[in-house]
Design a protein around this ligand. Structure first.
Ligand SMILES: [Zn+2]
Length: 439
């Protein structure tokens, strides 16, 4: 590409992000107490309408709105590319923050607020870019389908899941998709940054464990206590270290880290070496094995009454291809006398780091950062990619951000003082401009 437009997009991206943050789209997990997704979707529709891009808003439940728009490509024979982002955010407590989490304030070169990195940043980058394209007459090569969706932070049932199940026609022809969480940089040295492109996500297995026992008086001799039985199972699970399993993206990732740092990583204990990546290693490290972390406990109502049942919630995550093995290992840990039921269960997804789309990502990143080295990785969490993959799309986490070397990016996700550098946003717009024109 000889000329870069996108100047208008770079000018307005930070402002659009601030406006989006000011719309409180907190997803509490319940429609009765969640707000703002409808207003945010209508705001996006208005911003698209201003430049002549039509869109469709659909609702799964009252107020749980998602928006889809299609920008026709120059070559109608090519399949579409889906660019999706969620509009909802997790709750934030203003008392804990340096700025109000729904202020969208610009301070010290950053835009602050809930959603600044997860993921109103990408929403604003995409929105500013397509507005600029429309104003300057840029047409992408293939159809670009935009989806701004509800409910990602509660598993996507009322957002991406709903779109895939009830309105697949809006996504017709899309064979590939980009969204969160990936495309951000880790600085190795001044002239070398790894850009982590997500090609895989672990599956979700949130479960409730319930133990039953004999209820009775807390002062008596008692050998059938539900609380004791449950806690033994919970402790076994919580202290268990699942075996190391190197999936293809993580093998590639480890090889890239070895090369970038000029080190050799012990394949039996890669966590030790990955710790040098800083706080991101907590996320990366979780993609080297299945995990199960106890998160909630419930039992009893009085100090001297032994309850008849006790229950716990466990957040389980399994790697692609590891679902059955995970369940087998888990069953052994749960043991006798404790029932297990799934609360949320969703697939792991994985694609390969190759092909023309990946080549375009690499080219676009290198054009904007000559020290860029893109590498695939597996995300420990889940995103809406799990839904869109069901329509046969290859899904990538590619929301490009060149980050300052000392920024603790991982801790900003769902974190206090979530914020994003304005320079990272304008970088992202430039990369997306190059990438989406010709992807
Ligand atoms: Zn997110």
């Amino acid at each position: 590409m000889d000329s870069i437009s996108g100047a208008g997009a770079q000018d307005e991206v930070a402002g659009l992000l601030s406006e989006l943050i000011r719309m409180d789209t907190t997803n509490t997990g319940s429609t009765a107490t969640s707000a703002g997704e409808r207003a945010a979707a209508e705001w996006v529709a208005g911003k698209l309408d201003e430049v002549g891009i039509g869109s469709t808003i659909v609702e799964s439940e009252r107020g749980r709105a998602s928006l889809v728009a299609r920008i026709p490509g120059a070559d109608p024979t090519r399949p579409g590319l889906l660019v999706h982002g969620h509009l909802d955010v997790v709750p934030a407590d203003p008392a804990e923050w340096s700025v109000h989490p729904f202020s969208g304030e610009e301070r010290d070169g950053y835009i602050w607020g809930r959603g600044a990195v997860d993921m109103k940043d990408m929403d604003a980058m995409v929105l500013s870019l397509v507005r600029d394209w429309a104003r300057t007459g840029v047409q992408p090569d293939r159809d670009i389908v935009l989806a701004f969706v509800a409910d990602e932070e509660a598993g996507g049932k009322l957002g991406a899941h709903f779109l895939v199940d009830e309105h697949p026609d809006l996504l017709e022809g899309c064979t590939e998709a980009i969204s969160e969480v990936g495309g951000f940089s880790i600085t190795v040295r001044d002239d070398l940054r790894l850009y982590l492109v997500q090609t895989a996500e672990k599956g979700l297995a949130w479960m409730r464990l319930t133990a039953a026992g004999k209820p009775g008086h807390g002062s008596f001799v008692h050998d059938d206590n539900a609380v004791t039985r449950l806690c033994e199972a919970v402790a076994r699970i919580g202290s268990h270290r699942f075996p190391l399993t190197l999936t293809p993206p993580m093998r590639q990732f480890i090889a890239a880290v070895e090369e970038a740092y000029g080190i050799e990583i012990d394949p039996a204990e890669p966590e030790l070496a990955l710790a040098r990546l800083g706080s991101i290693s907590r996320m990366i490290g979780a993609a080297l094995r299945n995990t199960a972390n106890p998160t909630m406990l419930e039992a009893g109502y009085k100090a001297n009454v032994i309850p008849g049942t006790a229950s716990a919630t466990v957040d389980g995550r399994f790697l692609y291809g590891e679902e059955q093995e995970f369940e087998r290992q888990l069953a052994a840990l749960v043991g006798e006398g404790v029932q297990r039921e799934w609360l949320v269960h969703d697939q792991a997804v994985e694609t390969t780091f190759d092909g023309p789309l990946v080549d375009q990502m690499v080219t676009a990143l290198k054009a904007e950062d000559d020290g860029a080295r893109p590498v695939p990785f597996t995300m420990s969490g889940g995103t809406d990619a799990k839904s869109f993959q069901r329509l046969g799309m290859r899904c990538f986490g590619f929301s490009p951000l060149r980050l300052p070397a000392d920024l603790d990016f991982a801790s900003l996700f769902h974190g206090i003082d979530e914020r994003v550098p304005v320079e990272s946003l304008t970088f992202g717009v430039r990369v997306l401009d190059r990438f989406l024109r010709s992807a």
